[in-house]
Design a protein around this ligand. Structure first.
Ligand code: NAP
Length: 238
């Protein structure tokens, strides 16, 4: 049987990189994206198929899909992982900070899912795995834009699960808590210590721990799971 094709956005760093490598090792054919040629070269060197993608630019999204259709004409599993933060308290948040985060997370997730499900429907098989965040459920000071985008993704995913279930397509969210990646590097030692006090497992998660759950949701063993948000946060939210 031919290998299933997985598209992982943001495969150059952090959770996406760990997930792309894990999926590649467990027998998937992985397409990974980065915003720069350097990132694409790294993905290629790691034995995957690298593509440029800027989710804040509709033309970039279109050209990535053209490449996928020309070279594969298939995506079995879509992992909407790429993301950014533009933190600010609501009183000071600019419209640009609000819009960029909503665009890269929520708007892009809608469009990526719409494109991918068109291909998935032909094979009557598909898996969508969206990476949301604990922020969507508990809120997080300074993350009004991010929390709103991630909560929107979670609600959108449930609708996706309902609309596409009869076509053999499942859709789920993974909501990580604090994970050790570039996204959390800006925290000071003191901030980290304070956060860790609220985490029963008393540490940040590793990108590989999120990758393991992504790999499970992509596997045959997860065939009856859909419309769910699975929390992975060391007990920060329960
Ligand atoms: P990260 O280490 O900062 O990596 C971000 C990835 O997204 C990179 O591959 C980056 O590509 C890509 N990216 C950034 N802007 C992009 C854009 N405009 N278009 C396309 N790709 C873009 O982040 P991470 O911590 O692994 O986060 C991955 C996902 O998990 C995100 O959706 C994030 O919101 C979510 N999450 C993270 C945490 C956490 O604590 N780390 C917690 C909850 C949820 P380049 O390398 O080319 O810049």
């Amino acid at each position: 049987m031919s290998k299933k094709i997985v598209l992982v956005t943001g495969a150059s760093r952090g959770i996406g990189r760990a997930a792309a490598n894990k999926l590649s090792k467990t027998g998937f054919n992985v397409i990974g994206t980065a915003t720069s040629q350097k990132g694409v070269d790294q993905i290629n060197q790691e034995g995957m198929y690298g593509l440029i993608l800027n989710l804040n630019d509709k033309k970039s999204i279109e050209s990535m899909w053209e490449n996928i259709i020309d070279n594969f004409n298939c995506v079995d599993i879509l992992i909407n992982n790429a993301g950014i933060t533009k933190d600010n308290i609501i009183a000071r948040m600019s419209m640009d900070e609000w819009e960029e985060v909503i665009n890269i997370h929520l708007n892009a997730t809608f469009y990526m899912c719409q494109r991918a499900t068109k291909l998935m429907m032909k094979n009557r098989f598909g898996r969508v795995i969206n990476i949301s965040s604990t922020s969507a459920t508990i809120g997080n000071r300074g993350q009004g834009n991010y929390a709103a985008a991630k909560a929107g993704i979670e609600a959108f995913t449930r609708t996706l699960a309902r609309e596409f279930g009869s076509r053999g397509i499942t859709a789920n969210n993974i909501a990580p808590g604090f994970i050790d990646t570039d996204m959390t590097k800006f925290l000071s030692e003191e901030e980290r210590d304070n956060i860790q006090k609220d985490i029963p497992l008393n540490r940040f998660g590793k990108p590989e721990e999120v990758a393991d759950l992504i790999n499970f949701l992509a596997s045959d063993e997860a065939s009856y799971i859909t419309g769910q948000t699975i929390h992975l946060n060391g007990g920060l939210y329960m």
